[in-house]
Design a protein around this ligand. Structure first.
Ligand code: HEC
Ligand code: HEC
Length: 217
């Protein structure tokens, strides 16, 4: 079974624009991907759900993320544009075809529920505000204006962040604040994260983790 992929003009243009023409156009095969993902389950779990690890390093949900987004991140780890000591050895194990294959494999899995984000109602309300309406006083654009109406993801550029683990979302926002993650060529997230307070980050991560975009709904 081969996955549905955009191979037409727009998909190609977006891919090339984002990743300066790396092997994004490779067709992924989910069945081969399952074999190549044998080492990934230790952290990302067999159902792609990942895990929230309070106070530790959370493993992101991969299930249901866009295939080209997953492939881009794996190339970014491999080529040093995105830093993670945990991920580097595993990204390095994959060649371009295996990257396309594992990306197809995880993208076809149903989105799983997220964990974490046990905060009070006031903070949750702040999180909802940031996610759905933004905060014009702080020049924070709503998350949904890029990540899709339910923050479920939009195309291969904007990943789904609803139903992603709170610990992982927080860590990424802090990494953008500190210029430790800047693998998006336009660094759109750097601009967003730098306008957020510590509390804002906790709030929006907790709220997003509680938003179900489960595929079976
Ligand atoms: C030792 C645990 C571990 C293993 C094994 C592992 N990962 Fe990861 N992975 C992580 C962590 C931790 C992150 C988050 C890194 C960060 O904070 O930037 C991550 C991030 C990712 C991301 C980025 C997700 C996103 O939403 O941006 C992808 C894609 C990914 N891993 C794929 C894989 C694949 C494919 C394998 C197997 C070949 C694998 N990982 C094996 C721990 C692991
Ligand atoms: C102007 C567009 C834009 C806005 C607004 C935006 N994002 Fe993003 N976001 C992006 C892009 C682009 C990426 C992918 C970066 C990459 O390619 O590595 C991203 C990635 C992310 C990721 C990483 C997901 C993963 O799987 O690794 C998180 C977390 C995130 N955004 C959270 C937020 C939150 C929270 C908000 C609202 C406060 C927000 N974003 C608003 C453009 C945006």
């Amino acid at each position: 079974m081969t996955s549905k992929r955009i191979t037409g003009g727009l998909g190609l243009l977006l891919g090339v624009g984002l990743a300066a023409g790396q092997a994004m156009a490779l067709e992924g095969d989910a069945e081969r991907g399952q074999a190549a993902a044998g080492t990934c389950v230790a952290c990302h779990q067999a159902d792609g759900s990942g895990m929230n690890v309070p106070g530790g390093e959370s493993w992101p949900r991969l299930a249901g993320l866009d295939a080209d987004y997953i492939a881009k991140q794996l190339h970014d780890f491999k080529e040093g544009r995105r830093q993670s000591a945990s991920m580097l050895p595993f990204a390095n194990m994959l060649d371009d075809q295996q990257i396309a294959d594992v990306a197809a494999y995880y993208s076809e899995m149903p989105v799983t529920a997220a964990q974490g984000g046990d905060v009070d109602d006031e903070l949750l309300a702040r999180g909802e505000q940031l996610a759905l309406r933004g905060d014009w006083d702080q020049y924070i654009v709503s998350c949904k204006s890029c990540h899709g109406p339910r923050n479920e993801g939009a195309g291969s550029t904007f990943p789904g962040i609803s139903s992603q683990h709170a610990g992982y979302i927080e860590k990424q926002l802090r990494a953008w604040q500190a210029d430790e993650r800047s693998n998006d060529p336009q660094n759109l997230m750097g601009a967003v994260a730098k306008r957020m307070s510590d509390e804002d980050i906790t709030a929006v991560a907790a709220w997003l983790a509680g938003q179900s975009v489960a595929s079976e709904e």
